[in-house]
Design a protein around this ligand. Structure first.
Ligand code: ATP
Ligand code: MG
Length: 561
């Protein structure tokens, strides 16, 4: 699907190459991306998606999409749909291989019955608290449940009645009978089924016992013929358990390989916490442009290509590390620099009147759409007239040192148009606020070039006041103030105490070029001298809304060069 910049190599691909060489799995490569539909996908998931789909494609294999929908109390069809939308947007296709763990509930039940019959699983009547107490700790062995040695017949009968809905929630569970003294806590008779009277988004009320993730996951991989189960490091300790289940059942045994999760500074990625940001109204929704979700990044203007490049560049490793957010922004800038059409936007307007320019004249200034790309010749036309808007920042009545823009008596270039010299400043009599700048222009400098070779220090952008289109512009900053949002200053505080109160600034009095009046939602532009912007779905005809995707300043490129 993607064309990596160079052939990627990492420890996972090396293992797979070795497996193919040895003829393991008949030389097949089959991976899967297994999200739990309990939230929207975030940039960490993108790392796993890119890895699973790219690896499969590189080795001529397949990648499934499987929803691990074993916990109906937290799941929702809204998430199932959003996840598919986001994976497609990222550029991946699972063909006809869309699966749900819930499709295997009957088979998983049969597998459990098989283990019971072999004396390898039992129904336990201990309460959840007791199970926890009996489990022991890393330094102390666990204690066996008094129900551990029930007969196979009794276990079969009780398990069937659990399924039939004869017992209240929490009263009984099915557990694997492994080893309560194992140094690996996951092997201390893990729970396989719990009773939950919850309607499932796919199976409805058919089931009141649900498999745990640990019991379902490995068997689902096996049933789908997965060859390489790529998962994150926290499942390393679960691998012996997954191996145990597969070996006891004697079914196809995928190879599990763990890699480090993506962590980004200034970002949280736990879905549980992202849900809180949404539900507590800290953001406008899962697709708020400040969210680290794929839908948020999409709305913000990040491109799928940039996200995929970023994921390939950070690579996969076996040890955890935190990636600088600037690296993601660098990938976005790089992609948009090459592709985004250029336009002018005035975010905080100040009126500029050219005293010697005819009242009713309108000139059409032709400017390149892709000045960064010499091979492209497309142009756009921007009207120029006597009254313009410039940025408030581009005028200083008393210029600070090194100021290269407009100030009284100074000449600057209006980008692609003319040289103008500031002659006067008009202020609001009551407040003293500057409301207008007066200038004269040099008609000989058309196109922003002086025939006499006269140089100006600054070039500023502009819009014709009568033609500019009013726009709303949303500026974003980091959602969290701390590199590690989990690091809190006060006892009892949580990550929400590190939210940046200034992460969103809305400019309602901005203007853009007339051509952008009805710009298509999700189209992206470089507003010259400002940054990259993306058209928001809140736009209305004649009144576009733009999100700041990323500013022009690239801190990461500087650091890394
Ligand atoms: P979260 O902690 O955000 O809720 P999760 O692991 O519970 O994440 P799942 O829906 O189970 O979310 O994840 C689906 C797949 O994505 C899993 O294989 C998981 O390992 C992978 N994944 C999740 N977060 C990351 C991450 N930060 N980096 C890389 N892979 C990830
Ligand atoms: Mg999970």
């Amino acid at each position: 699907m993607t064309t990596p910049e160079k052939e990627t190599s990492d420890f996972i691909r090396n293992i797979i190459k070795e497996d193919i060489r040895e003829g393991r799995f008949g030389g097949r490569v089959h991976t899967r991306f297994p999200p739990e539909p309990n939230g929207y996908l975030h940039i960490g998931h993108a790392k796993a998606i890119v890895l699973n789909f790219d690896v499969a494609a590189e080795f001529g294999g397949l990648c499934n999409l499987r929803f691990d929908d074993t916990n109906p109390s937290k799941e929702d069809v809204e998430y199932v749909e959003a996840i598919q939308r986001d994976i497609r947007w990222l550029g991946y296709d699972w063909g006809d291989r869309l699966y749900f763990a819930s499709d295997y509930f009957e088979q998983l039940y049969e597998f459990a019955v098989q283990l019971i019959k072999e004396g390898k699983a039992y129904v336990d009547d201990l309460s959840p608290e007791e199970i926890r107490e009996y489990r022991g700790t890393l330094t102390e062995p666990g204690k066996e449940s008094p129900y551990r040695n029930r007969s196979v017949e009794e276990n079969l009968d009780l398990f069937e009645r659990m399924r039939a809905g004869e017992f209240p929630e929490g009263s009984r569970v099915l557990r694997a009978k492994i080893d309560m003294a194992s140094p690996n806590l996951n092997l201390r008779d893990p729970v396989m089924y719990r009773i939950m009277y919850v309607t499932h988004h796919r199976t409805g009320d058919k089931w009141c016992i649900y498999p745990t993730y640990d019991w379902a996951h490995g068997q689902c991989d096996s049933l789908e013929g997965i060859t390489h189960s790529l998962c994150t490091l926290e499942f390393e300790n679960h691998r012996p358990l997954y191996d145990w289940f597969l070996d006891q059942l004697g079914i196809h045994h995928p190879k599990q390989i763990e890699f480090a999760r993506l962590q980004l500074n200034y970002t949280i990625m736990s879905k549980r916490k992202l849900i809180r940001l949404v539900e507590e109204g800290h953001v406008s929704g899962w697709d708020d442009p400040r969210m680290p979700t794929l839908s948020g990044m999409r709305r913000r203007g990040y491109t799928p290509e940039a996200i995929r490049n970023f994921c390939n560049r950070i690579g996969v490793a076996k040890s955890n590390s935190v990636v600088d957010y600037g690296m993601l922004e660098h990938a976005v800038r790089e992609d948009l620099n090459a592709r985004a059409p250029r336009a002018m936007a005035v975010l905080r307007p100040l009126r500029l009147v050219i005293e010697n320019y005819p009242e009713d004249r309108v000139e059409e200034i032709e400017l390149p759409v892709y000045p960064q790309d010499k091979s492209r010749t497309e142009t756009r036309v921007v009207p120029f007239s006597r009254t313009l808007y410039i940025e408030q920042d581009d005028f200083a009545e008393v210029p600070p040192p090194k100021y290269r823009r407009l100030s009284p008596g100074r000449e600057v270039r209006l980008m692609g148009a003319y040289y103008v010299t500031c002659t006067d400043v008009i202020k609001d009599e009551a407040t003293g606020e500057i409301i207008e700048v007066r200038c004269t222009y040099d008609p000989e400098t058309k196109g922003g070039q002086s025939p006499d070779g006269r140089k100006v220090k600054g070039t500023i952008h502009w819009l014709s006041a009568d033609h500019a289109v009013p726009a709303e512009i949303r500026l974003y900053d980091k959602l969290f103030l701390k590199e590690n949002p989990e690091e809190v200053d006060e006892e009892g505080a949580d990550f929400t105490s590190n939210l940046n109160p200034n992460s969103l600034e809305i400019l309602t009095n901005a203007f853009v070029e007339p051509e952008l009046a009805n710009a298509e939602v999700e189209s992206r532009y470089q507003f010259l001298r400002h940054g990259y912007f993306c058209v928001d779905p809140d736009s209305r005809p004649g009144r576009p809304v733009f999100n700041l995707t990323v500013s022009l300043r690239d801190t990461w490129a500087k650091i890394s060069s």
